[in-house]
Design a protein around this ligand. Structure first.
Ligand code: CAA
Ligand code: NAD
Length: 283
């Protein structure tokens, strides 16, 4: 069966971006978040992003209106009952994700694909919370979703070829480039990126240089669009810490130990851009 209707769970920075790009490609979207304020701000963010595209003459006003009409905000997971695919993008926590997948298992149709946008958590373990592990898959978008081309597609141990192919088709239909990877902690992207970010935070912690200097070295010296400290704030320090913990636990290797300074910032609630303060301050 063709994918026509998608529920996106979590209207934070990733979920809102995923809803936007899928609606723009013509899919009907249900955007659900447990927190009504976050749902509202997710929908507002999509509206603003599309308005910017209209200003830049990359989108007509009629198309903006028709894209927004394809996205319905929802306060209830039960609205997943008639969708063909779910893309989950809630907090990077195994218990929360497993709870959502086990509820979805009771709610959705037999053919519905259950995808997770997890940054690092094992797809096989999320799938084991359902009685249909063959329909569960990782679909890992990059931030900001409307800009970044990559989608890592992660096969769990039981993911079927049919489900893999359909997810690959969806990724292509929304203008992304799918790359297949196997189910290991952090997959490819965050196994390589996150230890670099963690090491940059250690460099700051040990007083080797200021945060500005560390970012300048990597931006000007390696031609990265953002320095690693700035990028950590952009991703969300809670997400960075969760990913490092998954790598540390998953490989049992101390080279992945999260920097104590990262832990301290997360404990303080300084989560980066999304809370107005991380390593940098945001107005
Ligand atoms: N949503 C939508 N569009 C956005 C955006 C957002 N949040 N932020 C920027 N853009 C768009 C802008 O509208 C602009 O579009 P046009 O060129 O069409 O006008 C374009 O991106 C460039 O933006 P700016 O000129 O404002 O700023 P910039 O040139 O500094 O680019 C950036 C911003 C694209 C974010 C760039 O700094 C960048 O690529 N940074 C690195 C991002 C990155 O590494 N992402 C991966 C993070 S890791 C991850 O996602 C995986 C994980 O699991 C943690
Ligand atoms: P975020 O904090 O911006 O948003 C998470 C949203 O999930 C919030 O709006 C929250 O209210 C909602 N939520 C939490 N628990 C929920 C539940 N039980 N049911 C429904 N909604 C719930 O986080 P984010 O940065 O969008 O990250 C979301 C997921 O995407 C995480 O798994 C993260 O690892 C992954 N991811 C993040 C990035 C990034 O750069 N931030 C990139 C790729 C993947």
């Amino acid at each position: 069966m063709k994918v026509r209707k998608i529920m996106v769970i979590g209207a934070g920075q990733m979920g809102a971006g995923i809803a936007q790009v899928c609606a723009r490609a013509g899919y009907e979207i249900v955007l659900y978040d447990i927190n009504p304020d976050n749902l509202k701000s997710g929908l507002n963010g999509i509206e603003k992003n599309l308005a910017r595209q209209v200003e830049k003459k990359r989108l007509s006003t009629e198309d903006r209106v028709s894209i927004m009409a394809k996205i319905k905000g929802s306060p209830a997971l039960h609205d997943a009952a008639d969708v063909d695919m779910v893309i989950e993008a809630v907090v990077e926590n195994m218990n929360v994700k497993r709870d959502i997948f086990s509820q979805l298992d009771e709610l959705v149709q037999d053919h519905t694909i259950l995808a997770s946008n997890t940054s690092s958590l094992p797809i096989t373990e999320i799938a084991a919370a359902t009685d249909r592990p063959e329909n569960v898959i990782g679909m890992h978008f990059m931030n900001p979703v409307p800009v970044m081309k990559l989608v890592e597609i992660i096969r769990g141990l039981a993911t079927s070829d049919e489900v893999y192919k359909k997810v690959e088709e969806v990724a292509k239909a929304i203008g992304k480039v799918p790359v297949e990877v196997n189910d290991f902690p952090g997959f490819v992207s965050n196994r390589i990126l996150m230890p670099m970010i963690n090491e940059a935070i250690y460099t700051l912690y040990e007083g080797v240089a200021t945060k500005e200097a560390i970012d300048e070295v990597i931006k000007l010296g390696m031609n990265h669009p953002m320095g690693p400290i700035e990028l950590a704030d952009f991703i969300g320090l809670d997400t960075c810490l969760f990913v490092m913990e998954t790598l540390h636990e998953g490989f049992g290797d101390d080279k992945y130990r999260p920097c104590p300074l990262l832990r301290k910032y997360v404990k303080a609630g300084w989560l980066g851009r999304k809370t107005g303060r991380g390593f940098y301050l945001y107005s």
